[in-house]
Design a binder for this molecule. Structure first.
Ligand code: DHB
Length: 502
């Protein structure tokens, strides 16, 4: 491992270099990606009644030739103690892990995150302390990158944030950190990514696609720093990933359910208050659903993945099989943990109880009880109506299909379909199948037990795929949690602490 030796002398010399020009700098073009430690604003954060002083380095460009400068930027927060030789807990300026939370929701554009704005969204959570503030209080350096998103458009009308723009920007931020490893506090070999929903998908993708050559041309065109972009650990809440098979997975889970409670807002995002409208699938849609479920079984079987205990994860065309049993077992474990923590689970219609213990999960009853939230297909809409259709546009097209299935059933004359390389470039699952990627060694995946934004098969397959690539994976479906993230910060940072190996 390439461990750096950070010292305050290095910081001082970098500061001097930033303020005065040497003759060498006059002849060479200055490096626009060089970190200048002298340009910061002092900020304070309150965590658990304690006030922490930090230096805030905000809106740092992470590429030399940005197309959307407000988004292709990073906010860096460093505990003041690290500039005076101090320690926080077990960490100092050389060893502090770097917490990298992205603020992406709905595959929308995201500015670099700040400390005051909560990363987690549902209304009741917005006043809680942010994950970044907790991270700083525990001695992490926080690097909060922005990312382009699906609605961005340049003044000339060209779309600038379509897939895979967001992941390219996050990779550029990781490269920026390594590029400046000797000038900034924090250990670039201990980068821990965090995100929720679309942001969870991007967090997983960052860990799945390290150093992959597929992104090189885009990174180079933007003037990203050369070098590695693999990371140490992934924290992903309810990742909306595996978009190429998410439609099939959704039909598999909600097998035969006619009623759905459609969310009547065009921008799905875990931070937005949702209003639901009851609707029905018709007979033709139910027939399509059965076809899609059989396609999902064929896909799952082609993956040849295994559960932790070595059981192959398979499905029959009717949707039954060991993957279904595996997902039911994850729900069972969730219920048992909730019960052990003193929660009342007895009234849950899909749990079988005996003698005060939870003994089984009925997965069909689970699906009926939580209910279908999205129409059909859930992601690649036949009318190009979803956020994902907009994610898969290109510079001159706002919305495209991204599966052969929906492209065949398209209701939009002249609709086109994204190329396979683009679909892969924004998909953690496909990157985990590609041996050319460097995979993060540590993964924590959380998907709320009542989250209906994507099928529970999506995080289950993601976990199994990361495990096959050598990752140590901690997957759980927290009891009664809807589509949300950052709700268990104590547990998250206990996990990052052990996975950071510090
Ligand atoms: C998000 C939610 C979705 O249902 C979806 O399809 C994509 C993104 C989100 O909350 O980020």
């Amino acid at each position: 491992m390439n461990r750096r030796h950070f010292s305050s002398a290095v910081l001082a010399s970098a500061a001097a270099a930033a303020t005065g020009c040497t003759s060498a700098q006059l002849t060479r073009r200055p490096d626009p990606l060089l970190f200048d430690p002298s340009r910061y604003t002092p900020q304070t954060v309150e965590v658990n009644g304690q006030t922490l002083n930090v230096r805030a380095f905000e809106n740092l460009p992470v590429v030399a030739r940005p197309v959307e400068p407000e988004y292709q930027a990073l906010n860096l927060y460093v505990p003041e103690a690290y500039f005076t030789g101090g320690r926080i807990g077990r960490f100092d300026a050389r060893t502090a892990p770097i917490f990298l939370p992205n603020a992406v929701g709905g595959y929308m554009p995201a500015r670099p995150g700040t400390l005051t704005k909560s990363m987690s969204g549902p209304a009741e959570q917005t006043h809680r302390v942010s994950a970044s503030a907790v991270a700083l209080s525990q001695g992490y350096v926080v690097a909060a990158p922005g990312a382009r998103g699906r609605t961005l458009q340049a003044p000339d009308g060209r779309w600038t944030g379509k897939a895979p723009a967001a992941i390219v920007d996050l990779k550029a931020a990781v490269r920026w950190l390594r590029h400046n490893a000797d000038r900034l506090p924090g250990n670039v070999e201990r980068i821990i990514s965090n995100g929720t929903s679309a942001g969870g998908a991007l967090s997983a993708l960052l860990g799945a696609s390290g150093n992959h050559p597929d992104y090189e041309a885009d990174l180079r065109a933007l003037g990203a720093a050369p070098g590695r972009d693999d990371i140490h650990a992934v924290s992903a809440y309810c990742p909306i990933t595996n978009l190429a098979h998410a439609d099939e997975a959704y039909e598999w889970q909600f097998d035969g359910l006619r009623e759905y409670r459609n969310v009547s807002i065009s921008m799905l995002d875990f931070r937005v208050q949702r209003q639901e409208v009851v609707a029905q699938l018709n007979d033709a849609q139910l027939a399509l659903s059965a076809e899609m479920r059989a396609n999902f079984a064929a896909y799952v079987n082609s993956l040849k993945l295994q559960a932790v205990d070595g059981t192959p994860l398979m499905l029959q065309a009717d949707g039954r099989g060991s993957l279904r049993d595996h997902v039911a077992a994850l729900l069972l474990a969730s219920a048992r943990r909730a019960l052990a923590a003193g929660q009342d689970v007895a009234a849950t219609p899909w749990l079988q109880m005996q003698g005060g213990q939870v003994i089984a999960v009925d997965f069909s009853a689970y699906a009926r009880a939580v209910g279908r939230m999205k129409g059909q297909p859930a992601f690649d809409g036949f009318a190009l109506e979803t956020g994902e259709n907009q994610l898969f546009g290109d510079s001159t097209t706002d919305k495209r299909h991204f599966t052969a299935w929906s492209s065949r059933h398209s209701q939009v004359p002249g609709a086109t379909v994204a190329d396979a390389a683009t679909v892969k470039a924004i998909d953690a699952m496909q990157q985990l199948m590609d041996p050319r990627s460097t995979v993060a060694p540590h993964w924590r995946i959380r998907h709320g037990a009542v989250d209906r934004d994507t099928s529970l098969a999506v995080p289950a397959l993601l976990a199994a795929a990361a495990r096959r690539r050598g990752g140590s994976v901690d997957l759980a479906l927290p009891w009664a949690r809807p589509h949300s993230g950052d709700y268990d910060l104590d547990e998250l940072f206990a996990w990052t602490m052990s996975s950071a190996g510090a």
